[in-house]
Every structure is written in C-alpha cells, then in structure tokens.
Design a protein around this ligand. Structure first.
Ligand SMILES: N[C@@H](CCC(=O)N[C@@H](CS)C(=O)NCC(=O)O)C(=O)O
Length: 217
C-alpha cells in the first residue's frame, strides 16, 4: 500500500486511524505538502484528479480516494475488527454521524475553501476564522444533540465498539482544537473523543505525531 498524506490533513488522519485499527502499515507514505499547494502539482493530479488528500494505492490500483470510501474499502477487504455494525439501521446511523463531519463540516474548512475566502472574496483573517468556527460549531452541535439523545450511544457513538463514526468524531475534535474551538459545551463528543484518543491506533495517527508536524498546531 502507498498512502498519500500530509500531517495536518484531517481526512488523512481518518484513514490513518482505520489503517492502524486494521493493523495495516503502508509500505510507502508520500508526503504532499498542502501548505505549499503540492496537491496541485501535475504529479499528484495524475494520482488524484480532484487534487485532495488522502489517496491510497492498494496493489495495482486503481487509486482509492475520499476518506469515507477508503475506510469502507478497508473494512470490506479486512473485516476485523469491523468498523461498521451489522444491523442496517445501526449502519445507517453510523454513516450519518460520520457524514455530519466528513460531508457537512470538514469540506468547508479545507485549504481550497480558505484560499477562496481570502483571495477571491477578500475576507480578512478574523472573518475567515469566524467562518471556520461557525461550521465547526454546527457539526459539533448536531453530533452532541444526536449522541446525547440517542439510546444507541454507548461508550462509543454506536454502542461500545469503535466505528467510522468515532473516527470522524475524533477528526472533528482535533480539527476544533486546531482552530481553537472550545469543546466544553459538547460533553458527549468530548467523552468519546477522549476515550478514543487513549487507544493506540488513534494516538499514533494524530496529525501532530506525523513527520513534518510542528510541536503544536
Ligand atoms: N471529502 C474528502 C475531503 C478531502 C479533503 O478536502 N482533503 C483536504 C485535506 S484534509 C485537502 O486535500 N485539501 C486540499 C485543498 O483544499 O486544496 C475526504 O473525506 O477525503
């Protein structure tokens, strides 16, 4: 396996957690520096025409992209431990919780959006931070309300086993931290994030533990 990665990428963080949980170690990790715009280099565009991280090459390919699709692929090809529950309703809930993060919040915070706000819409730094914090908060409020109300919630988002929803929740919590968003009003999110981060598979995947990362974000 070859993983295209960058320390700060929250979508790649999700895939790193899934790989770790499955006990999979890519033979090669290719660094694509998002801060220098390397995702737009022709060499990487040939790998993933969408010019986003992560991308994963498994064997001969074709290339895998989009973190949710990659995590489900890993779950299907390496079923133990499962990252989705068996019952259809529970699977739907796990996917829905994951999508609050990966489809409705995180895409609004990524470099291409921040660059558009800065260069096209001419928003200054405080306005850009306001944008980011708004969308982080929307997802945290939705997660907290669902998790706190639902009988399905256990030690993890869905019962007591780690699923794709927990992986996404952790990426949201770490992203909130990067952008100085206080998690105190979201006790259930915090509790699950803290529980997961005590797990080695999550801890080793943390953005700040990757090559090239600074001591603090
Ligand atoms: N929905 C995608 C999001 C991918 C994404 O936006 N990745 C970010 C890094 S976390 C990226 O590569 N951004 C580059 C850019 O915005 O130019 C996924 O979950 O994989």
């Amino acid at each position: 396996m070859k993983l295209y990665s960058f320390w700060r990428s929250l979508a790649t963080f999700r895939v790193r957690i899934a790989l770790n949980l499955k006990g999979l170690v890519p033979e090669e990790v290719v660094d694509v520096d998002l801060m220098q715009g390397r995702q737009r280099d022709p060499a990487y565009r040939d790998v993933n025409p969408q010019m986003l991280l992560p991308a994963l090459l498994d064997g001969e390919g074709p290339i895998l992209f989009q973190s949710l699709a990659i995590m489900e692929y890993l779950d299907e090809t390496h079923p133990q431990p499962p990252l989705l529950p068996k019952p259809a309703r529970a699977r739907a809930r796990v996917r829905a919780l994951a999508q609050i993060v990966a489809c409705d919040s995180h895409p609004l915070l990524v470099p291409r959006v921040r660059e558009y706000l800065e260069h096209e819409l001419k928003l200054d730094e405080p306005a850009r931070l306001k944008w980011i914090q708004h969308w982080i908060g929307e997802a945290l409020r939705a997660l907290e309300a669902n998790l706190a109300q639902s009988r399905e919630t256990g030690r993890c988002c869905q019962g007591d086993s780690i699923t794709i929803a927990d992986i996404c929740l952790v990426s949201q919590a770490v992203g909130a931290n990067f952008f100085k968003y206080d998690l105190a009003p979201f006790p259930t999110v915090r509790r699950i994030a803290e529980l997961c981060m005590r797990h080695d598979a999550f801890a080793r995947a943390h953005p700040l533990r990757q090559p090239g990362a600074p001591q603090a974000a």
